[in-house]
Design a protein around this ligand. Structure first.
Ligand code: OAD
Length: 466
């Protein structure tokens, strides 16, 4: 009896002979998939993709030994490579992510030939949805309708505060990333990060909602450039029905280990033959598939047109950047000029102020000198009170010489004195040398002199007042 394994029709499963396996695909080759498509059996194609579709654009994948990003993170001193995308680690130490984000930031890369398979399938009405793990946003640049795209791990398109969840202007975050600074929420002070799904975070709600409805409808699953090592994305390959063919285009096999995973080597995992693999570069596999389907020219044309568009967009961007730069330089020059003028004006003002101060000092000195001179010149005047005093004294002296009114005895006093003297004269005590008659005569003469003096004094002009 021939070995059950030698028969393509009947095989033993757990010791029992089972029905001949249903061949959804003739075999596990690209041409079998192309045949399936050409037969019109693939009307709801889902494409799942990973970093391998963008390496031809110059973006590193994560896990390729030697060239993958996770082999190049030593400079960040991470406890383990995936920590750079781990939300708990990020909360404590956001800096490695932001340093890496500067390298990953979209804007410098163009979609690859493989990326254009998506709009090609969409144009033919065969694309149900494209699910990508990539955060580079290259699918968007092919012109693929947003509705047909699920960015399962988010993207740089938007940013959000991890604390209050306020969605922030992504341009603002982009500027921070380019400046190598960490953005903090202007509302609550929390850390702001691009809406990339980190390990430990939920995938976008849209992912779960659409996956639930799409995968059961899927009639051809094409998996491109992924190691299928990250859950829950990798589990999507198990969500299609058993009769849905699956094709992996990747540099190496992947997704075989999990329950419901690929069965490329016909290990009888399933009652159907439906898994195919192309081992090699995505662009080569996709080109080959397109060729087999008769779409190669169309896809090439789309790729080239897209490239021209990208080139124009890049040139426009470069022009607008150049204009922005020119404007910034002009603004900076203007500001510099203004600052210079301001400085000059200030210096001039300071100089004037200094000169004014000097002049003021000089004037003050001069005034003082003048004042001194004047003071010397007007000394008599300024000494007037003293002189007055002295002059007064002098006058006083002079007035003493000329009998002053207040020193002149009144007529009555004089008459009184003389009368008293006359009356006191003892007429009987006359001597040989002095007789009463002599006394009377003396008094009378004296009286006449005194009275004459009084009269003279009274009639004399008063001294002028000073
Ligand atoms: P991986 O780096 O894990 O896998 C990329 C796969 O693509 C590998 O199997 C490579 O051999 C293959 N490959 C690379 N270049 C290729 C090419 N030109 N043609 C064909 N195959 C090629 O990347 P992903 O599977 O995408 O998470 O990684 C999944 C997730 O892990 C990412 O989304 C990322 C990472 O942590 C976040 O960014 C949050």
């Amino acid at each position: 009896m021939a070995s059950p394994r030698s028969s393509a029709k009947t095989r033993l499963q757990k010791g029992k002979i089972v029905e001949p396996r249903v061949h959804i695909l003739k075999d596990g080759s690209l041409s079998a998939v192309a045949e399936y498509i050409k037969e019109g059996k693939a009307k709801n194609i889902i494409v799942m993709s990973g970093a391998g579709i963008s390496t031809a654009a110059g973006i590193k994948d994560f896990r390729s030994p030697g060239t993958g990003l996770y082999d190049d993170l030593e400079k960040y001193n991470l406890p383990y490579p995936e920590a750079v995308f781990d939300i708990s680690f990020f909360k404590d130490n956001p800096s490695p992510f932001f340093r890496l984000a500067k390298e990953l930031l979209p804007g410098r890369y163009r979609p690859t030939f493989t990326h254009y398979l998506l709009p090609l399938l969409a144009r033919k009405g065969l694309l149900l949805r494209s699910y990508t793990q990539n955060i580079d946003m290259l699918e968007r640049l092919t012109g693929l309708d947003d509705e047909l795209l699920v960015e399962a791990h988010g993207s740089f398109a938007t940013s959000q505060c991890i604390k209050c969840e306020v969605v922030t202007d992504s341009k603002w975050v982009r500027k921070h990333i380019l400046k190598s600074s960490i953005p903090y929420c202007e509302t609550c002070g929390g850390l702001v990060k691009p809406t990339i799904t980190f390990f430990g975070e939920d995938l976008p709600a849209r992912f779960g909602r659409l996956a639930l409805q799409d995968f059961k409808k899927c009639d051809l699953l094409i998996v491109l450039g992924t190691s299928l090592q990250v859950e829950p994305f990798n589990r999507l390959i198990t969500r299609v029905g058993p009769e849905c063919p699956r094709l992996l285009i990747n540099r190496e096999k992947a997704g075989e280990e999990m329950h419901g995973g690929f069965d490329f080597d016909d290990k009888w995992k399933y009652p159907t033959v439906r898994d195919a693999v192309f081992l090699g570069n995505c662009d080569d596999g996709v080109r080959e598939l397109a060729k087999l389907c008769g779409w190669e020219g169309e896809l090439q044309a789309m790729f080239e047109a897209g490239n021209i568009e990208m080139q124009i967009a890049e040139e426009m961007e470069a022009l607008s950047l150049a204009a922005e730069l020119e404007e910034a330089v002009a603004v900076a020059n203007e500001a510099e000029k203004e600052a210079e003028e301001e400085a000059e004006e200030k210096a001039e003002k300071e100089a004037k102020k200094g000169a004014r101060k000097e002049a003021k000092k000089e004037i003050e000195k001069e005034t003082k000198r003048e004042a001194k001179k004047e003071a010397v010149a007007v000394e008599p005047e300024t000494k007037r009170p003293l002189q007055k005093k002295e002059e007064g004294k002098e006058k006083e002296g002079r007035q003493k010489e000329t009998p002053a009114e207040k020193d002149v005895p009144s007529e009555d006093d004089v008459v009184q004195q003389l009368s008293e003297r006359l009356l006191s004269t003892d007429l009987n005590a006359a001597s040989e040398t002095f007789t009463a008659a002599d006394e009377i005569l003396a008094v009378s003469t004296e009286s006449v002199v005194v009275v004459t003096t009084i009269v003279d004094t009274k009639e004399a002009p008063k001294p002028a007042q000073v």
